[in-house]
Design a protein around this ligand. Structure first.
Ligand SMILES: [Zn+2]
Length: 87
């Protein structure tokens, strides 16, 4: 068995200043959808304590995507994207 020491995979570094002084928590994350804004609740985000940048974590990003998909299907049809309409 080989114990591979993985290179630091982008742990919890800040995307802006690369600092590791970050904090992860849940927040309501506003997503711009054209003229509308969708507030996605309880999104996991990472905040940099050095420069203040807030970015969704991978899990948070996935949740945002799920929520926007659901939002679009609930609002059905108004989106001006032909691909979304199967008919
Ligand atoms: Zn930073």
């Amino acid at each position: 068995m080989k114990a591979v020491k993985v290179k630091k995979t982008k742990k919890s570094c800040c995307v802006a200043c690369n600092g590791e002084n970050t904090k992860t928590y849940l927040m309501t994350y506003p997503v711009k959808m054209g003229e509308k804004q969708l507030d996605v609740g309880r999104v996991s985000v990472r905040e940099c304590l050095d420069c203040g940048v807030i970015k969704p974590t991978q899990a948070g990003q996935a949740k945002i995507e799920r929520s926007t998909m659901m939002f679009m299907s609930l609002c059905g049809g108004f989106i001006d994207d032909d691909k979304i309409c199967p008919f």
